[in-house]
Design a binder for this molecule. Structure first.
Ligand SMILES: [Zn+2]
Length: 69
């Protein structure tokens, strides 16, 4: 059985600059974000709410989720 592909999300807060990374499977990505161009995030450090483009946060998912139609 092949290992499932993992997607790495990498986001940086525009205000304080702290970065967060998380690794998720395709199922988790689909459940949490789905096929969306933009995602809403909240910084764990300064609590700023901001929006990030999926193609910047996780280019792999942005590409793959469009292929899954
Ligand atoms: Zn922040």
């Amino acid at each position: 059985m092949a290992a499932k592909k993992r997607y790495q999300m990498k986001i940086a807060c525009p205000q304080c600059g702290c970065t967060q990374t998380s690794v998720m499977t395709a199922e988790e990505m689909q459940e949490r974000y789905g096929d969306v161009p933009n995602i809403d995030l909240e910084c764990g450090e300064c609590m700023l709410k901001y929006t990030e483009e999926m193609k910047d946060a996780c280019p792999d998912w942005d590409k793959d989720c469009k292929l899954q139609e």
